[in-house]
Design a protein around this ligand. Structure first.
Ligand code: AP5
Length: 193
């Protein structure tokens, strides 16, 4: 099994690169943002509560996303590995993920963090908002709030994996193909380790 976390701020390209990586490595893609948007589309109580926070650019409570990931792991017993996108976003989520994977006899093998400047992030998110229909993309103020949540609560998750020598950082600006190339190099180093 090979379990990877693709990490970076909103708009860093996690979703874009995840699509390419799951197709190349046959991993199961687990995006908490996608799981939450599917709850919103289904108008479930969880989705309706989550939407209020997401539309302000705030994080959804840890227990909600940890519960979703736990169910998704249970639902995919045959997966040859998982690609986590947008999770974990707090140290509490990282600790919970370690426990969940340990119960299944596995672990996180690597976190790859994509580094992108704030101005580039805001530009990408506003561009995507024109066509994606995502209600949290359309307004610069919400985008900045999402980036602040990342800087204050999420960026420390990289330090959590660094202490176990599992963190790799790559340049997240450049063409999509250039970034995919850098990701493959890092993944292959960690797969061989
Ligand atoms: P989530 O869905 O995870 O969104 P995000 O992290 O804010 O990331 P995005 O999907 O906005 O960006 P991305 O990095 O995937 O970039 P993308 O590839 O799309 O979370 C949404 C919300 O849900 C959160 O704010 C929170 O409220 C809640 N949530 C989710 N998970 C949670 C958790 N674990 N705990 C608590 N709350 C949680 O690219 C962006 C744009 O840039 C696209 O248009 C793309 O085409 C373009 N692009 C990509 N690469 C490049 C490139 N190299 N050059 C130019 N443009 C590029």
């Amino acid at each position: 099994m090979f379990n990877l976390i693709l990490f970076g701020p909103p708009g860093s390209g996690k979703g874009t690169q995840s699509e390419k990586l799951i197709s190349k490595y046959g991993l199961k893609h687990l995006s908490t943002g996608d799981l939450l948007r599917s709850e919103i589309a289904g108008q479930t109580p969880l989705g309706l509560e989550a939407k209020k926070l997401m539309d302000k650019g705030h994080l959804v409570p840890d227990e909600v996303v940890i519960g979703m990931i736990s169910s998704a792991l249970d639902a995919n017993p045959q997966a040859k590995g998982f690609l986590f996108d947008g999770f974990p976003r707090t140290v509490a989520q990282a600790e919970a993920l370690d426990k969940l994977l340990k119960l299944k006899g596995t672990q996180i093998h690597a976190m790859i963090s994509m580094l992108v400047s704030e101005e580039e992030l805001v530009k990408r998110l506003l561009n995507r908002g024109k066509t994606s229909g995502r209600s949290d993309d359309t307004n610069e103020e919400i985008n900045r709030a999402r980036i602040v949540e990342y800087r204050t609560k999420t960026s420390v998750v990289a330090d959590y994996y660094k202490q176990f020598d599992k963190l790799a950082e790559i340049e997240g600006e450049g063409t999509i193909d250039e970034i995919f190339e850098s990701l493959q190099k890092e993944i292959e180093v960690h797969m061989e380790a």
